[in-house]
Design a protein around this ligand. Structure first.
Ligand SMILES: Cc1cc2nc3c(=O)[nH]c(=O)nc-3n(C[C@H](O)[C@H](O)[C@H](O)COP(=O)(O)OP(=O)(O)OC[C@H]3O[C@@H](n4cnc5c(N)ncnc54)[C@H](O)[C@@H]3O)c2cc1C
Length: 722
């Protein structure tokens, strides 16, 4: 971090700009009027600073006007906490902004999981207080270093190109704060082939209505909130008619996960893994429906695709409206299933009409394998050219085996349930049941290697896999065709405005790299809001991706700006000074700064007892019980810290400060800080419920942990946990 006001020279550069006649100048330019931009605007406005906010949409909080598409927030709105303490109540009010003079969000709705519309209204009301400082319909196209700044040697001036209703504007800004959110859908390149046949979660906004999925089989890719809320929304329609449907394709909703989860195939969940962005209880009902590890419900499925390929391919071209469904390019197995599922032409036409709701995309086949060591590649149909070619090309790798007993018995069961209709749908079924059919298999690791190395093998796969009878064997839920495959695989920051700057992204290319003040790798360019979650998500597991987290990180950023650009003291508005030693008792017991190991456990206890009588300790205890910032930005993302200055005989208490900044600034002092941490044990273990004073440290839920560090020692070392 730059020292006190090393960057105040920027002011001179602004004056120079004014002198050369540049018309549009703001010291602070905020990009985006989502909750983060609005929050930061309020801090800047309350400090009477010169700022402007550009918002490309005609209104604020545009994200919440559109998403989540099913309009139910996952942020809780606990109105009644049995406490009147405003700070404490913020632990359970996840939607209100800080320091905004309108009633808190808890007054806007009674719903515990509120509607996103109400939140958007609340945020708009907060934005309206900033008046003309927010420029709507102003889209930032590109940010680059100002030529003037380069020529005068100033490093923190930017030229921002803004597309406004009146035309393109060039705005000069000393500091740019990008609160742009994550608006680019994440479409993985090396995961499932055929992504182009899927429909993005983002394309479902505006939501066509769950009824649009009536009787359609739906595959949902993803294991986050978007995937789960979609599954929850379509369940009533897609799954409800399972029993009535004259079909052997009776697994209607599937969720496929993009990465290894746990053996039991559950996604990361809020209740278990404590990451705020993980799927939360509201959205987790689909897991209940599947019975978690054991798939109890026959019509839904959760499956990890880590070990398996699911190439997606269209199985029906869109027929022209009113004409009989033509099916060029339809794999044979899917063709039979289509015949089976839609028994009359009228039904097929109705089905086609339903598909209009999905923007005319063809239904999709997802074709995986299911055996333990080998992929089931294809039926051994000697007349199938794909099979002939594969056997000729990869003879040493492909095995011809008898159709397995499992394969046969499951098909027998399906027939028993569905009767003759299904039998007609699958010619050759008698041979399958009698064990007269053969299949092609390939060792999984060999197949993976070939898929990696050989383009021919990759392109041969869909035709081969499509050639199987379309039967399913145990846990093979994906061999059936799906009418709709929805991709809900997360979001990324749009990189376009920053392309001329040195903005480095994290390994997943999702979040920009930032430091503890949220400054990017381009000096003078800061980030705010959900886009800063990369800083805290993996390292601290805290809530920086959500309003209840980034309202505090926005404040951190503001305090850094005040220090770096306004010449205000470090953490100017959130430090409290106390005399030291207060009572004098600690001086006889154990001087702060002395190794506790040298003084013995009793001395530490005496130290602690004496500390408990001091005013600064009182503040500490009060904060332990009510602080909301370190509670939401847990595990060190934000801490409260005490610095013992033995020269000045002074103790300074710092509130809501990132552990990194506290350590960088005060390493030369003996210091104490607390953070909220989760316990080691699982949430499901009994210790979670132990809340007495004696066993509080065993709690698996968030509880305060105090660290005392000696002069010069590092936080990463071995602090004494008091
Ligand atoms: C399925 C799902 C559910 C979620 N539910 C919740 C929830 O319940 N509670 C919660 O707190 N969070 C939730 N989130 C996270 C949510 O996205 C963020 O909390 C919130 O939208 C982030 O606020 P922000 O201000 O950082 O970004 P955004 O809300 O995305 O705001 C960014 C703003 O910047 C504007 N903008 C972007 N680029 C430019 C540009 N170049 N020029 C001008 N303007 C620009 C955009 O129009 C937008 O208005 C959820 C996320 C997902 C995926």
């Amino acid at each position: 971090m730059v020292g006190a006001c090393a960057r105040c020279l920027v002011l001179q550069s602004l004056a120079a700009l004014a002198a050369v006649g540049a018309e549009r100048i703001s010291k602070y330019c905020v990009v985006g009027a989502g909750p983060a931009g609005i929050q930061l605007g309020h801090f800047l406005k309350n400090a009477s600073l010169d700022y402007v906010t550009f918002e490309r949409q005609p209104q604020a909080a545009a994200w919440f006007r559109k998403f989540p598409i099913h309009r139910k927030l996952i942020s809780i709105n606990r109105r009644n906490t049995r406490s009147t303490n405003a700070e404490f109540n913020l632990r359970h009010d996840w939607n209100s902004l800080l320091d905004v003079p309108i009633p808190r969000f808890t007054n806007w709705t009674e719903d515990y999981f509120p509607s996103a519309d109400v939140l958007a209204d609340y945020l708009q009301a907060a934005a309206d207080l900033q008046g003309e400082s927010i420029l709507y319909n102003h889209s930032v196209q590109r940010i680059r270093r100002s030529h003037l700044a380069a020529s005068t040697g100033q490093s923190s001036l930017f030229e921002v190109s803004v597309q406004a209703p009146t035309g393109l504007l060039i705005w000069k800004c000393a500091v740019v704060i990008a609160a742009v959110g994550l608006w680019q859908a994440h479409v993985p390149e090396n995961w499932i082939r055929g992504m182009e046949h899927t429909i993005g979660y983002e394309e479902l906004a505006p939501w066509p209505g769950a009824a649009a999925f009536d009787r359609l089989s739906v595959l949902i890719l993803g294991n986050g909130n978007g995937a789960f809320e979609t599954s929850d929304a379509v369940r009533n329609f897609a799954a409800a008619r399972v029993k009535d449907a004259p079909t052997i394709c009776h697994r209607y909703i599937h969720m496929a996960f993009g990465f290894s989860i746990l053996a039991e195939m559950l996604p990361p969940t809020y209740w278990r893994d404590s990451g705020r962005g993980d799927a939360n209880c509201w959205n987790l009902r689909p897991i209940e429906l599947t019975g978690g590890r054991y798939i109890l419900h026959p019509s839904t499925g959760l499956q990890s695709v880590t070990e398996t390929w699911y190439p997606l391919l269209p199985w029906q071209q869109r027929p022209e409206q009113g004409k009989e469904a033509g099916r060029p390019g339809l794999p044979p197995a899917c063709s039979r299933l289509l015949t089976d599922r839609r028994t009359t032409l009228a039904e097929e036409n109705a089905f086609d009409t339903e598909l209009q709701g999905f923007r005319g995309r063809p239904p999709v086949c997802a074709l995986p394998d299911n055996s333990k060591k080998e992929f089931l590649l294809a039926d051994h149909d000697p007349e199938n050219p794909a099979v002939q070619e594969a056997l000729a090309r990869w003879a040493e790798h492909i095995h011809v085996r008898n159709g397995s007993a499992v394969y046969r018995s499951h098909f027998k069961k399906a027939l028993k349930q569905l009767g003759k209709q299904a039998k007609h749908a699958v010619p050759g079924i008698d041979d399958v049941i009698a064990g007269r059919t053969q299949v092609l298999t390939i060792n999984k690791s060999v197949a993976r290697r070939l898929a990696k190395e050989s383009a021919e093998f990759r392109s041969a796969l869909p035709a081969l896999m499509a050639s199987t009878q379309g039967l399913y064997v145990e846990h093979d839920r994906f061999r059936k065709p799906f009418d709709v495959v929805i991709r809900a695989l997360g979001w990324r920051m749009e990189p376009e405005p920053f392309q001329e700057l040195n903005v480095q992204l994290d390994a997943d290319r999702k979040y920009p790299e930032v430091d503890a003040c949220f400054e990017s790798t381009e000096p003078g360019l800061y980030f705010a809001g959900t886009v800063t979650h990369g800083f805290d998500k993996k390292r601290f597991g805290s809530a920086g991706g959500f309003i209840h987290g980034f309202r505090y990180t926005a404040k951190t950023l503001f305090r850094c700006l005040m220090h770096q650009f306004e010449g205000r003291p470090f953490w100017h508005d959130s430090q409290h000074h106390y005399d030291w030693p207060g009572t004098g008792a600690e001086a006889t017991a154990c001087e702060v700064g002395q190794e506790p190991a040298a003084t013995g456990t009793k001395s530490i206890q005496r130290l602690r007892r004496s500390l408990e009588t001091t005013p600064h300790w009182n503040r500490l205890l009060t904060r332990l019980n009510e602080a909301s910032g370190p509670y939401q930005m847990s595990c060190g993302a934000l801490v409260d810290g005490l610095v013992y200055d033995r020269q000045q005989l002074r103790v300074t208490y710092y509130q809501d400060i990132p552990m990194d900044l506290f350590e960088a600034e005060f390493r030369q002092y003996p210091r104490l800080y607390f953070q909220f941490r989760y316990g080691k044990s699982s949430y499901l273990q009994r210790s979670d419920f132990l809340r007495t004073r004696l066993v509080a440290h065993k709690s698996s839920f968030l509880h305060p942990v105090l660290f005392y560090l000696q002069l010069g020692s590092a936080a990463g070392g071995s602090p004494y946990i008091i």
